[in-house]
Design a protein around this ligand. Sequence first.
Ligand SMILES: Cc1cc2nc3c(=O)[nH]c(=O)nc-3n(C[C@H](O)[C@H](O)[C@H](O)COP(=O)(O)OP(=O)(O)OC[C@H]3O[C@@H](n4cnc5c(N)ncnc54)[C@H](O)[C@@H]3O)c2cc1C
Length: 411
Amino acid sequence: MEDSRAIIVGASHASAQLCASLRQEGWAGEILLIGDEPSLPYHRPPLSKTYLAGEATLAELLIRKPDFYDKQRVTFRQARVTHVGLQAREIRLADGATLSYDKLVLCLGARPRRLTLPGADLAGVHYLRDAADIEAIREGLGTTKQAVIVGAGYIGLEAAASLRHLGVAATVLETADRVLQRVTAPEVSTFFERVHREEGVDLRVGVGVAALEGEDRVRGVRLTNGELVAADMVIVGIGVVPNVELALDAGLAVDDGVVIDACGRTSDPDVFAAGDCANYFDQRYGRRLRLESVPNAVEQAKSVAAAVCGKEKEIAALPWFWSDQYDINLQIAGLNVGHDQVILRGDPSEGRGFSCFYLAGGKVIAADCVNRPQEFMFSKRAIATELKLDLAQLADPATELKSLLLTPAAG
Ligand SMILES: Cc1cc2nc3c(=O)[nH]c(=O)nc-3n(C[C@H](O)[C@H](O)[C@H](O)COP(=O)(O)OP(=O)(O)OC[C@H]3O[C@@H](n4cnc5c(N)ncnc54)[C@H](O)[C@@H]3O)c2cc1C
């Protein structure tokens, strides 16, 4: 109906997709996009890569140019939404204004988990989530001789790579006994540790951070073993927490994210959610998941757009992710949860190209492909079709992958 209004909260990856998909699915009414950042939705992944390295402008990062929103008749308003009233079907903005909706989509994303140690609020301590965070880091880089990165997940490692690219000395501190522990096999962690050390990063695993020290601004990181690591900038990358407060306050079901069904509907029939803030049931992996990736935000947005228009389009795409560090493009297909076997194709202990396949019951369920785009494409197909493979052939770089797809092992 042309006089209906859909409000999207959060100018995000999911919402950029929604603006296109809502029209494709036949939404004829008003679309109001409300975000608390000053910009239209922009690509977040380059923030820790080319944007931090000063090789891209924010205008270049826009997911869709301003005229796209004009053409789709989408109105953008910069404001923070502070309240959702489900009964009245209205939202309140920080300036007190209220707006009614017919359909509401929450694309609230996530925010960095904060350090809660002494000194965590000192000047020179940074997080990585939005363009403003990167601009603050870049401003500080002129006077930075030694940066310390707390956390060796993807964001921390990408930040280290960008800083090394800029010639800044970088130390990475990780509490776990290997980098990327939560998400990869030990072989993949060892590979990334070697690469970062080859690139000049002082990488320390199995170290605890006790405090950040300094007078007016940070000057060092005190480890739990008493050592002081000098730092004139600290970047914290210790994970994110979903932005669920609006949903909680409204009375929507929340459980590590806004709970949505297979089509993106929340516990209220007129409210939907997508992206980092949403927790859905994944049929393939048989469990509820909250994913933090661009492909996930985009795929969920497509399902939500259909649901807003009264159609059913289940969230079914295979999860995938990527990370760029130095000359390495890591592509990850699927989730390795519950794997019982790891097969390597290529040697991670030398060079910069190999794949690590994760199997459960003899079937590939996930793969980390380092500079191996074809193996990534193969993995996506093998996972989607639940192909059973000859493992010796899979491990042998001489075997053509295409032949594996054509002649699956019996059983
Ligand atoms: C530095 C960095 C690097 C990354 N690299 C990769 C990568 O290589 N590959 C990959 O797949 N993913 C990567 N990601 C993750 C990816 O960017 C996220 O998964 C994706 O942005 C999630 O999109 P979203 O639509 O859920 O919300 P987001 O893009 O997080 O946007 C949510 C928006 O909602 C706004 N908002 C929240 N609450 C309110 C409110 N109450 N009122 C108004 N606005 C509100 C937020 O300020 C934000 O602008 C990276 C993320 C970061 C930060």
